[in-house]
Design a protein around this ligand. Structure first.
Ligand code: G3H
Ligand code: 13P
Ligand code: ZN
Length: 307
């Protein structure tokens, strides 16, 4: 089955009150773990590649790995560029066969974000490729861009932004952030703001970045086996389920996959100090990715059986 556009996936998700998971990929084991989870749950999937992942693995390796994955599945799968920083990167992935791109002009002034997003929309739509944009700023680090604080998305600006750019989906800032340290105090999201935005933009797919839940069992496991992960805190699964029922059709998850893999590998090393064949620790790590993604699909995104 060839790669698909998110269009139908999101229409179904919107109407069904569920979300599709967008999982970050960097290597073969992560791709395989996600694909196995999708297949066991019969779920639609979005695999997304950051600029850092393109640098690490090479765009062509990722595309070839995806081709191998697609040969053995009938699931609808989207290949998406995560946080495209400029027109050139978006053009390269569109030309390389991605079916969806994100142009992230969220760090730019409003009108500059609109101009950049519009340029990408014009090119991508010419090739039938979906465009996600971002308005508002998430605190934390994403590739080289770092923001100290959240700047929540203004609902009126969101409407104007979508009208003027023609972007197909919009990532909004309502209190999530990237990485494992999302909240110092209580973990909360501005769901009222989400509700206002989604009411002002009916049938329009919204996107939530920085949506890992940072399960404490994996933080504790990593620390038990030599890790030093401090006061990590993520977004509760309950809040994510509410967001999915309120117009959020795509939920981005990277940190939780990293945590599951790393904690599992640490455990393996401590318990099997004589092992040195990478397959011995990458096999359980791949299994941990699969289990994490299955858990998300079933219990957080609500997209089991929706392929
Ligand atoms: O937005 C951030 C994603 O988690 C990607 O992270 O830039 O380290 O690959 P990365
Ligand atoms: P997390 O760091 O919460 O997994 O967010 C990932 C993300 O938004 C990728 O774009
Ligand atoms: Zn993100």
């Amino acid at each position: 089955m060839p790669l698909v556009s998110p269009k139908e996936m999101f229409a179904k998700a919107y109407n069904g009150g569920f979300a599709v998971g967008a999982f970050n990929v960097n290597n073969m084991e992560i791709i395989q773990g996600i694909m196995e989870a999708g297949s066991e749950e019969n779920s639609p999937l979005i695999l997304q590649v950051s600029a850092g992942a393109r640098k690490y693995a090479g765009q062509n390796y990722i595309i070839k790995l995806m081709e191998a994955a697609l040969e053995v599945t009938d699931l609808p799968v989207v290949l998406h560029l995560d946080h495209g920083q400029n027109f050139e990167i978006c053009k390269e992935v569109v030309d390389g066969g991605f079916t969806s791109v994100m142009i992230d002009g969220s760090h730019l002034p409003f009108d500059e974000n609109i101009a950049l997003t519009k340029q990408v929309v014009e090119y991508a739509h010419g090739k039938g490729v979906w465009v996600e944009a971002e308005l508002g700023r998430l605190a934390g680090v994403e590739d080289e861009v770092h923001s100290e604080e959240n700047v929540y998305t203004d609902p009126d600006e969101a409407v104007e932004f979508v009208q003027r750019t023609g972007c197909d989906s919009l990532a909004i800032a309502i209190g999530t952030s990237h990485g494992a340290y999302k909240f110092k105090g209580e973990a909360k999201l501005d769901l009222e703001r989400l509700d206002t935005i989604s009411k002002m933009m009916p049938n329009y797919p919204l996107v939530l970045h920085g949506a890992s839940s940072v399960p404490q069992e994996f933080v504790q496991m990593a620390n038990k086996y030599g890790g030093q992960i401090g006061d990590a805190k993520g977004v509760s699964e309950e809040l994510l389920r509410k967001a999915a029922a309120s117009g959020v059709c795509k939920i981005n998850i990277d940190t939780d996959i990293r945590l599951a893999m790393t904690a599992t590998i640490r455990k393996h090393f401590v318990e099997n100090p004589t092992d040195f064949d990478p397959r011995q620790y990458l096999k359980p790590a791949r299994e941990a990715v699969k289990n994490m993604v299955k858990h998300k699909i079933k219990n957080v995104l609500g997209c089991s059986g929706q392929a």
